[in-house]
Design a protein around this ligand. Structure first.
Ligand code: NAD
Length: 476
Protein backbone atom coordinates (compact mmCIF):
# COMPACT_ATOMS: atom_id res chain seq x y z
CA UNK A 1 0.00 0.00 0.00
CA UNK A 2 1.44 3.36 -1.03
CA UNK A 3 1.57 6.44 1.22
CA UNK A 4 0.23 9.00 -1.11
CA UNK A 5 -1.25 12.16 0.34
CA UNK A 6 0.84 15.24 0.98
CA UNK A 7 -0.79 17.42 3.59
CA UNK A 8 0.82 20.30 5.49
CA UNK A 9 4.28 19.16 4.44
CA UNK A 10 3.81 15.52 5.56
CA UNK A 11 3.21 12.28 3.67
CA UNK A 12 0.24 10.48 5.19
CA UNK A 13 -1.75 7.33 4.53
CA UNK A 14 -5.27 7.65 3.23
CA UNK A 15 -8.07 7.27 5.76
CA UNK A 16 -10.92 7.18 3.24
CA UNK A 17 -13.03 4.12 2.44
CA UNK A 18 -12.05 3.73 -1.26
CA UNK A 19 -9.12 1.52 -2.20
CA UNK A 20 -7.59 2.74 -5.45
CA UNK A 21 -5.94 0.24 -7.82
CA UNK A 22 -3.22 1.62 -10.03
CA UNK A 23 -3.21 -0.34 -13.29
CA UNK A 24 -0.91 -1.23 -16.13
CA UNK A 25 -3.34 -0.92 -19.05
CA UNK A 26 -1.13 -2.90 -21.44
CA UNK A 27 -1.61 -5.94 -19.18
CA UNK A 28 -4.97 -4.98 -17.72
CA UNK A 29 -3.54 -5.63 -14.25
CA UNK A 30 -2.94 -3.58 -11.10
CA UNK A 31 0.62 -2.87 -9.96
CA UNK A 32 -0.03 -0.74 -6.86
CA UNK A 33 -2.85 0.31 -4.58
CA UNK A 34 -3.56 3.07 -2.13
CA UNK A 35 -6.32 4.23 0.15
CA UNK A 36 -8.15 7.41 -0.82
CA UNK A 37 -8.05 10.50 1.39
CA UNK A 38 -11.00 10.88 3.73
CA UNK A 39 -13.23 13.94 3.78
CA UNK A 40 -11.52 14.99 7.01
CA UNK A 41 -8.12 14.75 5.29
CA UNK A 42 -9.43 17.05 2.56
CA UNK A 43 -10.43 19.45 5.37
CA UNK A 44 -6.90 19.22 6.78
CA UNK A 45 -5.38 19.95 3.36
CA UNK A 46 -7.56 23.01 2.84
CA UNK A 47 -6.79 24.21 6.39
CA UNK A 48 -3.05 23.77 5.74
CA UNK A 49 -3.31 25.78 2.52
CA UNK A 50 -5.25 28.49 4.38
CA UNK A 51 -2.71 28.80 7.16
CA UNK A 52 0.21 28.88 4.66
CA UNK A 53 -1.41 31.61 2.55
CA UNK A 54 -0.45 34.82 4.43
CA UNK A 55 3.28 34.03 4.44
CA UNK A 56 3.35 32.64 0.88
CA UNK A 57 1.50 35.55 -0.69
CA UNK A 58 3.88 37.95 1.09
CA UNK A 59 7.02 36.32 -0.35
CA UNK A 60 8.66 38.42 -3.02
CA UNK A 61 7.90 37.26 -6.53
CA UNK A 62 11.55 36.42 -7.20
CA UNK A 63 11.50 33.96 -4.28
CA UNK A 64 8.47 32.23 -5.76
CA UNK A 65 10.19 32.25 -9.16
CA UNK A 66 13.19 30.48 -7.62
CA UNK A 67 10.92 27.71 -6.30
CA UNK A 68 9.31 27.34 -9.74
CA UNK A 69 12.72 27.04 -11.38
CA UNK A 70 13.50 24.40 -8.75
CA UNK A 71 10.38 22.46 -9.82
CA UNK A 72 11.53 22.59 -13.46
CA UNK A 73 15.04 21.38 -12.57
CA UNK A 74 13.85 18.61 -10.27
CA UNK A 75 11.37 17.33 -12.83
CA UNK A 76 14.32 17.03 -15.21
CA UNK A 77 16.32 15.11 -12.58
CA UNK A 78 13.44 12.62 -12.21
CA UNK A 79 13.11 12.16 -15.99
CA UNK A 80 13.62 8.42 -16.30
CA UNK A 81 11.34 7.52 -13.39
CA UNK A 82 8.57 9.85 -14.56
CA UNK A 83 8.75 8.73 -18.17
CA UNK A 84 8.65 5.08 -17.10
CA UNK A 85 5.69 5.64 -14.77
CA UNK A 86 3.66 7.41 -17.47
CA UNK A 87 4.44 4.58 -19.89
CA UNK A 88 3.36 2.00 -17.35
CA UNK A 89 0.29 3.70 -15.87
CA UNK A 90 -0.99 5.68 -18.89
CA UNK A 91 0.22 3.34 -21.62
CA UNK A 92 1.98 6.22 -23.38
CA UNK A 93 4.67 5.49 -25.96
CA UNK A 94 8.08 6.71 -24.74
CA UNK A 95 8.29 9.75 -27.03
CA UNK A 96 4.87 10.96 -25.82
CA UNK A 97 5.81 10.50 -22.16
CA UNK A 98 9.02 12.48 -22.82
CA UNK A 99 7.07 15.31 -24.47
CA UNK A 100 4.66 15.50 -21.51
CA UNK A 101 7.57 15.83 -19.12
CA UNK A 102 9.19 18.52 -21.27
CA UNK A 103 5.89 20.40 -21.40
CA UNK A 104 5.66 20.38 -17.57
CA UNK A 105 9.28 21.56 -17.28
CA UNK A 106 8.66 24.38 -19.78
CA UNK A 107 5.52 25.43 -17.89
CA UNK A 108 7.34 25.85 -14.57
CA UNK A 109 10.17 27.73 -16.29
CA UNK A 110 7.76 30.06 -18.09
CA UNK A 111 5.77 30.96 -14.96
CA UNK A 112 9.03 31.55 -13.07
CA UNK A 113 9.74 34.27 -15.64
CA UNK A 114 6.23 35.72 -15.38
CA UNK A 115 6.52 35.74 -11.58
CA UNK A 116 9.70 37.80 -11.86
CA UNK A 117 7.86 40.37 -13.97
CA UNK A 118 5.01 40.69 -11.46
CA UNK A 119 6.30 43.75 -9.53
CA UNK A 120 6.26 45.81 -12.74
CA UNK A 121 2.55 45.05 -13.18
CA UNK A 122 1.69 46.85 -9.95
CA UNK A 123 1.70 50.33 -11.40
CA UNK A 124 0.22 53.80 -11.24
CA UNK A 125 -2.96 54.35 -13.24
CA UNK A 126 -3.03 57.67 -15.13
CA UNK A 127 -6.29 59.47 -14.17
CA UNK A 128 -8.03 62.22 -16.18
CA UNK A 129 -9.51 63.65 -12.95
CA UNK A 130 -7.19 65.99 -11.01
CA UNK A 131 -6.65 65.60 -7.26
CA UNK A 132 -6.40 61.80 -7.15
CA UNK A 133 -3.82 59.06 -7.66
CA UNK A 134 -4.58 55.44 -8.29
CA UNK A 135 -2.47 52.31 -8.44
CA UNK A 136 -3.09 48.70 -9.46
CA UNK A 137 -2.26 45.67 -7.35
CA UNK A 138 -2.50 42.13 -8.70
CA UNK A 139 -3.19 39.92 -5.69
CA UNK A 140 -3.39 36.15 -5.44
CA UNK A 141 -6.94 34.78 -5.50
CA UNK A 142 -6.13 32.83 -2.30
CA UNK A 143 -6.57 29.12 -1.57
CA UNK A 144 -7.33 27.20 -4.75
CA UNK A 145 -8.53 23.66 -5.34
CA UNK A 146 -7.14 21.98 -8.47
CA UNK A 147 -8.87 18.87 -9.84
CA UNK A 148 -7.34 17.12 -12.84
CA UNK A 149 -7.93 14.10 -15.12
CA UNK A 150 -5.69 11.17 -16.08
CA UNK A 151 -4.85 11.67 -19.74
CA UNK A 152 -1.91 14.09 -19.32
CA UNK A 153 -1.30 13.93 -15.54
CA UNK A 154 2.03 15.79 -15.39
CA UNK A 155 0.86 18.42 -17.85
CA UNK A 156 -2.64 19.33 -16.69
CA UNK A 157 -1.32 19.64 -13.12
CA UNK A 158 1.66 21.79 -14.19
CA UNK A 159 -0.67 24.13 -16.13
CA UNK A 160 -2.50 24.84 -12.86
CA UNK A 161 0.19 24.48 -10.21
CA UNK A 162 2.85 26.69 -11.80
CA UNK A 163 0.70 29.81 -12.38
CA UNK A 164 -1.14 29.37 -9.07
CA UNK A 165 2.13 29.26 -7.09
CA UNK A 166 3.59 32.10 -9.21
CA UNK A 167 0.59 34.29 -8.36
CA UNK A 168 1.04 33.62 -4.62
CA UNK A 169 -1.87 31.20 -4.16
CA UNK A 170 -1.68 28.11 -1.99
CA UNK A 171 -3.19 24.94 -3.42
CA UNK A 172 -4.84 21.58 -2.84
CA UNK A 173 -4.33 19.32 -5.86
CA UNK A 174 -6.53 16.28 -6.48
CA UNK A 175 -5.07 14.04 -9.21
CA UNK A 176 -7.17 11.44 -11.00
CA UNK A 177 -7.71 8.10 -9.28
CA UNK A 178 -6.60 6.46 -12.57
CA UNK A 179 -3.08 7.96 -12.33
CA UNK A 180 -2.58 8.80 -8.64
CA UNK A 181 1.18 8.15 -8.45
CA UNK A 182 2.57 10.45 -11.13
CA UNK A 183 1.77 13.80 -9.51
CA UNK A 184 3.27 12.61 -6.24
CA UNK A 185 6.47 13.87 -7.87
CA UNK A 186 5.22 17.40 -7.23
CA UNK A 187 4.97 16.70 -3.48
CA UNK A 188 8.40 15.04 -3.44
CA UNK A 189 9.86 18.07 -5.22
CA UNK A 190 8.17 20.44 -2.78
CA UNK A 191 9.85 18.46 0.01
CA UNK A 192 13.24 18.50 -1.69
CA UNK A 193 13.06 22.26 -2.32
CA UNK A 194 11.87 23.11 1.19
CA UNK A 195 8.66 24.69 -0.09
CA UNK A 196 6.90 25.98 3.05
CA UNK A 197 4.49 23.40 4.49
CA UNK A 198 0.90 23.82 3.32
CA UNK A 199 1.69 25.79 0.13
CA UNK A 200 1.16 22.63 -1.94
CA UNK A 201 -1.07 19.82 -0.71
CA UNK A 202 -2.02 16.68 -2.64
CA UNK A 203 -5.02 14.50 -1.85
CA UNK A 204 -5.85 11.42 -3.88
CA UNK A 205 -9.22 9.79 -4.31
CA UNK A 206 -12.23 9.16 -6.50
CA UNK A 207 -15.41 11.20 -6.94
CA UNK A 208 -16.06 11.45 -3.19
CA UNK A 209 -12.68 13.08 -2.57
CA UNK A 210 -13.12 15.36 -5.60
CA UNK A 211 -16.58 16.42 -4.42
CA UNK A 212 -15.29 17.04 -0.87
CA UNK A 213 -12.75 19.43 -2.38
CA UNK A 214 -15.00 21.15 -4.91
CA UNK A 215 -17.77 21.61 -2.30
CA UNK A 216 -15.36 22.88 0.33
CA UNK A 217 -16.24 26.28 1.73
CA UNK A 218 -12.59 27.00 2.55
CA UNK A 219 -11.59 27.55 -1.08
CA UNK A 220 -11.38 30.89 -2.87
CA UNK A 221 -11.40 29.29 -6.34
CA UNK A 222 -11.67 25.89 -8.01
CA UNK A 223 -9.91 25.06 -11.26
CA UNK A 224 -11.12 21.86 -12.89
CA UNK A 225 -10.06 19.86 -15.93
CA UNK A 226 -12.16 16.86 -16.84
CA UNK A 227 -15.45 15.71 -18.30
CA UNK A 228 -18.49 17.88 -18.93
CA UNK A 229 -20.66 15.85 -16.58
CA UNK A 230 -18.34 16.35 -13.59
CA UNK A 231 -17.56 19.91 -14.73
CA UNK A 232 -21.20 20.86 -14.43
CA UNK A 233 -21.29 19.46 -10.86
CA UNK A 234 -18.16 21.45 -10.02
CA UNK A 235 -19.82 24.56 -11.46
CA UNK A 236 -22.92 23.96 -9.34
CA UNK A 237 -20.73 23.85 -6.20
CA UNK A 238 -19.03 27.06 -7.27
CA UNK A 239 -22.35 28.75 -7.93
CA UNK A 240 -23.71 27.67 -4.53
CA UNK A 241 -20.80 29.51 -2.95
CA UNK A 242 -20.58 32.34 -5.54
CA UNK A 243 -16.93 31.68 -6.16
CA UNK A 244 -14.87 31.68 -9.35
CA UNK A 245 -14.24 28.56 -11.35
CA UNK A 246 -12.11 27.64 -14.35
CA UNK A 247 -13.37 24.70 -16.38
CA UNK A 248 -11.33 22.86 -19.03
CA UNK A 249 -13.76 20.32 -20.47
CA UNK A 250 -14.27 18.04 -23.43
CA UNK A 251 -14.12 18.49 -27.17
CA UNK A 252 -15.19 17.12 -30.52
CA UNK A 253 -12.78 19.02 -32.68
CA UNK A 254 -12.66 19.30 -36.45
CA UNK A 255 -9.77 18.95 -38.87
CA UNK A 256 -10.61 20.60 -42.19
CA UNK A 257 -8.68 19.40 -45.26
CA UNK A 258 -8.98 21.41 -48.48
CA UNK A 259 -8.29 19.86 -51.87
CA UNK A 260 -5.08 21.84 -52.51
CA UNK A 261 -3.24 19.90 -49.77
CA UNK A 262 -0.39 17.47 -50.22
CA UNK A 263 -2.22 14.20 -49.49
CA UNK A 264 0.58 12.46 -47.58
CA UNK A 265 1.22 15.50 -45.41
CA UNK A 266 -2.48 15.85 -44.63
CA UNK A 267 -2.65 12.15 -43.69
CA UNK A 268 0.21 12.69 -41.22
CA UNK A 269 -1.58 15.59 -39.50
CA UNK A 270 -4.89 13.71 -39.40
CA UNK A 271 -3.33 10.56 -37.91
CA UNK A 272 -1.45 12.55 -35.27
CA UNK A 273 -4.65 14.37 -34.27
CA UNK A 274 -6.53 11.12 -33.57
CA UNK A 275 -3.86 8.62 -32.47
CA UNK A 276 -1.72 10.68 -30.05
CA UNK A 277 -2.31 9.32 -26.54
CA UNK A 278 -4.57 6.73 -28.23
CA UNK A 279 -7.02 9.52 -29.01
CA UNK A 280 -7.51 10.25 -25.29
CA UNK A 281 -7.10 13.97 -25.80
CA UNK A 282 -9.62 16.70 -25.12
CA UNK A 283 -8.24 18.24 -28.32
CA UNK A 284 -8.40 15.10 -30.49
CA UNK A 285 -9.43 16.18 -34.00
CA UNK A 286 -12.00 13.42 -34.21
CA UNK A 287 -14.19 14.99 -36.93
CA UNK A 288 -12.50 14.99 -40.34
CA UNK A 289 -14.01 17.35 -42.93
CA UNK A 290 -12.46 16.57 -46.29
CA UNK A 291 -13.14 18.48 -49.50
CA UNK A 292 -14.73 16.55 -52.39
CA UNK A 293 -11.76 17.04 -54.72
CA UNK A 294 -9.27 15.26 -52.47
CA UNK A 295 -11.47 12.79 -50.56
CA UNK A 296 -11.11 9.83 -52.93
CA UNK A 297 -7.31 10.12 -52.91
CA UNK A 298 -7.00 10.82 -49.21
CA UNK A 299 -9.33 8.30 -47.57
CA UNK A 300 -7.60 5.09 -48.82
CA UNK A 301 -4.20 6.46 -47.75
CA UNK A 302 -5.62 7.45 -44.39
CA UNK A 303 -7.06 3.96 -44.00
CA UNK A 304 -3.63 2.44 -44.76
CA UNK A 305 -1.84 4.82 -42.38
CA UNK A 306 -4.21 3.96 -39.52
CA UNK A 307 -3.93 0.23 -40.22
CA UNK A 308 -0.12 0.51 -40.27
CA UNK A 309 0.13 2.13 -36.84
CA UNK A 310 2.06 -0.15 -34.50
CA UNK A 311 -0.23 -0.71 -31.51
CA UNK A 312 1.23 -2.45 -28.49
CA UNK A 313 2.76 -2.39 -25.04
CA UNK A 314 5.10 0.63 -24.88
CA UNK A 315 7.22 -1.05 -22.20
CA UNK A 316 8.10 -4.07 -24.32
CA UNK A 317 7.51 -3.09 -27.98
CA UNK A 318 8.31 -0.28 -30.45
CA UNK A 319 4.88 1.32 -30.75
CA UNK A 320 3.11 4.30 -32.28
CA UNK A 321 0.07 3.86 -30.03
CA UNK A 322 -0.44 2.22 -26.66
CA UNK A 323 -3.57 0.89 -24.95
CA UNK A 324 -6.42 2.97 -23.61
CA UNK A 325 -5.54 4.02 -20.07
CA UNK A 326 -8.42 2.46 -18.15
CA UNK A 327 -10.82 -0.40 -18.47
CA UNK A 328 -13.72 2.05 -18.15
CA UNK A 329 -12.41 3.97 -21.17
CA UNK A 330 -11.91 0.73 -23.13
CA UNK A 331 -15.50 -0.33 -22.42
CA UNK A 332 -16.74 3.14 -23.39
CA UNK A 333 -14.91 3.10 -26.74
CA UNK A 334 -16.12 -0.48 -27.38
CA UNK A 335 -19.68 0.72 -26.77
CA UNK A 336 -19.22 3.31 -29.55
CA UNK A 337 -18.05 0.52 -31.90
CA UNK A 338 -21.33 -1.26 -31.11
CA UNK A 339 -23.30 1.95 -31.70
CA UNK A 340 -21.54 2.43 -35.05
CA UNK A 341 -22.49 -1.12 -36.07
CA UNK A 342 -26.07 -0.46 -34.94
CA UNK A 343 -26.17 2.76 -36.96
CA UNK A 344 -24.76 0.93 -39.99
CA UNK A 345 -21.75 3.28 -40.32
CA UNK A 346 -19.24 2.58 -43.06
CA UNK A 347 -16.02 1.43 -41.32
CA UNK A 348 -12.82 1.85 -43.37
CA UNK A 349 -10.36 0.86 -40.60
CA UNK A 350 -10.55 -0.82 -37.19
CA UNK A 351 -13.85 -0.66 -35.38
CA UNK A 352 -13.02 -3.28 -32.76
CA UNK A 353 -11.08 -4.04 -29.57
CA UNK A 354 -7.84 -5.98 -30.06
CA UNK A 355 -7.87 -9.68 -29.26
CA UNK A 356 -5.03 -9.62 -26.71
CA UNK A 357 -4.55 -8.94 -23.01
CA UNK A 358 -4.85 -5.32 -21.94
CA UNK A 359 -7.12 -2.49 -22.99
CA UNK A 360 -6.27 -2.09 -26.66
CA UNK A 361 -8.46 -0.94 -29.52
CA UNK A 362 -7.69 -0.58 -33.21
CA UNK A 363 -7.27 2.88 -34.77
CA UNK A 364 -10.65 3.41 -36.41
CA UNK A 365 -12.08 5.35 -39.35
CA UNK A 366 -15.76 5.74 -40.24
CA UNK A 367 -16.73 7.61 -43.41
CA UNK A 368 -19.79 9.53 -44.57
CA UNK A 369 -20.98 9.66 -40.98
CA UNK A 370 -24.40 11.36 -40.70
CA UNK A 371 -24.43 14.67 -38.84
CA UNK A 372 -26.85 13.32 -36.26
CA UNK A 373 -24.84 10.17 -35.50
CA UNK A 374 -23.73 9.88 -31.89
CA UNK A 375 -20.25 9.18 -33.22
CA UNK A 376 -20.21 12.57 -34.97
CA UNK A 377 -21.56 14.57 -32.04
CA UNK A 378 -20.23 12.94 -28.84
CA UNK A 379 -16.73 12.94 -27.36
CA UNK A 380 -15.50 9.32 -27.60
CA UNK A 381 -11.98 9.79 -26.16
CA UNK A 382 -10.31 7.08 -28.17
CA UNK A 383 -8.66 6.63 -31.59
CA UNK A 384 -11.96 6.84 -33.46
CA UNK A 385 -12.09 9.20 -36.42
CA UNK A 386 -15.31 10.12 -38.23
CA UNK A 387 -15.18 11.66 -41.70
CA UNK A 388 -17.56 13.71 -43.85
CA UNK A 389 -17.08 15.37 -47.21
CA UNK A 390 -17.72 19.02 -48.03
CA UNK A 391 -17.88 21.11 -51.18
CA UNK A 392 -17.28 24.75 -50.23
CA UNK A 393 -15.36 26.75 -47.63
CA UNK A 394 -18.66 28.05 -46.19
CA UNK A 395 -19.95 24.52 -45.78
CA UNK A 396 -16.74 23.42 -44.04
CA UNK A 397 -16.94 26.32 -41.56
CA UNK A 398 -20.63 25.69 -40.86
CA UNK A 399 -20.10 21.95 -40.26
CA UNK A 400 -17.00 22.48 -38.11
CA UNK A 401 -18.87 25.00 -35.95
CA UNK A 402 -21.96 22.80 -35.69
CA UNK A 403 -20.98 21.29 -32.33
CA UNK A 404 -21.78 21.88 -28.69
CA UNK A 405 -18.01 21.90 -28.09
CA UNK A 406 -15.45 24.49 -29.19
CA UNK A 407 -11.99 23.50 -28.01
CA UNK A 408 -9.61 23.40 -31.01
CA UNK A 409 -9.47 22.86 -34.77
CA UNK A 410 -6.92 22.22 -37.51
CA UNK A 411 -7.02 23.68 -41.02
CA UNK A 412 -4.96 22.16 -43.84
CA UNK A 413 -4.63 24.12 -47.06
CA UNK A 414 -1.90 25.36 -49.40
CA UNK A 415 -3.85 28.62 -49.74
CA UNK A 416 -2.67 30.40 -46.60
CA UNK A 417 -5.04 33.32 -47.00
CA UNK A 418 -7.94 30.91 -47.03
CA UNK A 419 -6.53 28.95 -44.11
CA UNK A 420 -6.22 32.12 -42.01
CA UNK A 421 -9.77 33.18 -42.99
CA UNK A 422 -11.18 29.81 -41.96
CA UNK A 423 -9.17 29.88 -38.72
CA UNK A 424 -10.74 33.23 -37.87
CA UNK A 425 -14.24 31.87 -38.54
CA UNK A 426 -13.94 28.76 -36.37
CA UNK A 427 -15.62 29.00 -32.94
CA UNK A 428 -12.85 27.45 -30.87
CA UNK A 429 -10.06 28.44 -28.48
CA UNK A 430 -7.07 27.37 -30.60
CA UNK A 431 -6.56 26.67 -34.32
CA UNK A 432 -3.55 25.02 -35.97
CA UNK A 433 -2.81 25.72 -39.63
CA UNK A 434 -0.85 23.04 -41.51
CA UNK A 435 0.54 21.63 -38.29
CA UNK A 436 0.38 18.90 -35.73
CA UNK A 437 -1.02 20.03 -32.38
CA UNK A 438 2.03 21.97 -31.22
CA UNK A 439 1.21 23.53 -27.83
CA UNK A 440 3.36 26.43 -26.66
CA UNK A 441 3.29 27.69 -23.10
CA UNK A 442 3.11 31.29 -24.38
CA UNK A 443 -0.22 30.67 -26.18
CA UNK A 444 -3.52 30.05 -24.44
CA UNK A 445 -5.41 26.81 -23.87
CA UNK A 446 -9.15 26.60 -23.35
CA UNK A 447 -12.39 26.46 -25.25
CA UNK A 448 -15.62 28.13 -26.22
CA UNK A 449 -19.17 26.78 -25.81
CA UNK A 450 -19.31 23.44 -23.93
CA UNK A 451 -15.51 23.11 -23.85
CA UNK A 452 -15.20 25.26 -20.78
CA UNK A 453 -14.76 28.58 -19.06
CA UNK A 454 -11.48 30.47 -18.86
CA UNK A 455 -8.02 29.98 -20.29
CA UNK A 456 -4.81 28.29 -19.13
CA UNK A 457 -1.22 28.94 -20.23
CA UNK A 458 0.30 32.27 -21.27
CA UNK A 459 -0.40 35.37 -19.20
CA UNK A 460 -4.09 34.34 -19.18
CA UNK A 461 -3.17 31.28 -17.15
CA UNK A 462 -1.58 33.52 -14.52
CA UNK A 463 -4.52 35.97 -14.51
CA UNK A 464 -6.77 33.03 -13.62
CA UNK A 465 -5.12 33.01 -10.17
CA UNK A 466 -5.00 36.78 -9.68
CA UNK A 467 -7.44 39.29 -8.34
CA UNK A 468 -7.22 42.91 -9.54
CA UNK A 469 -7.27 45.59 -6.84
CA UNK A 470 -7.00 49.37 -7.18
CA UNK A 471 -6.02 51.81 -4.47
CA UNK A 472 -7.24 55.35 -5.11
CA UNK A 473 -6.03 58.25 -2.95
CA UNK A 474 -7.44 61.77 -2.68
CA UNK A 475 -4.60 64.27 -2.72
CA UNK A 476 -6.63 67.14 -1.29
P1 NAD B 1 -13.61 13.11 -15.02
O1 NAD B 1 -14.47 14.31 -15.12
O2 NAD B 1 -14.23 11.79 -14.85
O3 NAD B 1 -12.57 13.27 -13.81
C1 NAD B 1 -11.77 14.42 -13.68
C2 NAD B 1 -11.41 14.60 -12.21
O4 NAD B 1 -12.60 14.90 -11.47
C3 NAD B 1 -10.80 13.36 -11.56
O5 NAD B 1 -9.77 13.76 -10.68
C4 NAD B 1 -11.98 12.78 -10.79
O6 NAD B 1 -11.62 12.00 -9.67
C5 NAD B 1 -12.69 14.05 -10.33
N1 NAD B 1 -14.11 13.87 -9.99
C6 NAD B 1 -14.93 12.85 -10.33
N2 NAD B 1 -16.18 13.07 -9.83
C7 NAD B 1 -16.12 14.25 -9.16
C8 NAD B 1 -17.07 15.03 -8.45
N3 NAD B 1 -18.33 14.63 -8.33
N4 NAD B 1 -16.68 16.21 -7.93
C9 NAD B 1 -15.41 16.65 -8.08
N5 NAD B 1 -14.45 15.95 -8.71
C10 NAD B 1 -14.80 14.76 -9.27
O7 NAD B 1 -12.68 13.15 -16.34
P2 NAD B 1 -11.58 12.12 -16.78
O8 NAD B 1 -12.24 10.89 -17.29
O9 NAD B 1 -10.55 12.01 -15.73
O10 NAD B 1 -10.90 12.91 -18.02
C11 NAD B 1 -11.43 12.90 -19.30
C12 NAD B 1 -12.16 14.20 -19.60
O11 NAD B 1 -11.29 15.31 -19.35
C13 NAD B 1 -12.51 14.30 -21.08
O12 NAD B 1 -13.83 14.79 -21.19
C14 NAD B 1 -11.52 15.32 -21.62
O13 NAD B 1 -11.95 16.00 -22.76
C15 NAD B 1 -11.33 16.22 -20.43
N6 NAD B 1 -10.07 16.96 -20.53
C16 NAD B 1 -10.10 18.27 -20.87
C17 NAD B 1 -8.91 18.99 -21.03
C18 NAD B 1 -8.92 20.44 -21.44
O14 NAD B 1 -7.89 21.09 -21.32
N7 NAD B 1 -10.03 20.98 -21.91
C19 NAD B 1 -7.69 18.35 -20.81
C20 NAD B 1 -7.68 17.01 -20.46
C21 NAD B 1 -8.89 16.31 -20.32
Amino acid sequence: MTTSHYIAGHWVEGQGSDCISVNDPALGQPFAELMAASVSQVDQAVAAARSALPAWKSTCASERAAFLRGFAEQLGQRREALVALQMRNNGKPRHEAEIDLDDAIATFGYYAELAEQLPSKNRTVPLAAPGFTARTRLEPVGVVGLIVPWNFPLVTSAWKLAPALAAGCTVVLKPSEVTPLIEQAYGQIADALGLPAGVLNIVNGKAETGAALSNHNGLDKLSFTGSNSVGSQVMRSASAQCRPVTLELGGKSAIVVFDDCDVDQAVEWIVAGISWNAGQMCSATSRLLVQDGIADALLPRLQAALENLRVGNPLTEEVDMGPLTSQAQWLKVASYFATARGEGLQCLAGGHALDREGWFVSPTLYTDVPKDSRLWTEEIFGPVLCARRFATEEQAIAEANDSRFGLVATVCSADLERAERVADALEVGHVWINSVQAVFVETSWGGTKGSGIGRELGPWGLSAYQSVKHVTRCLG
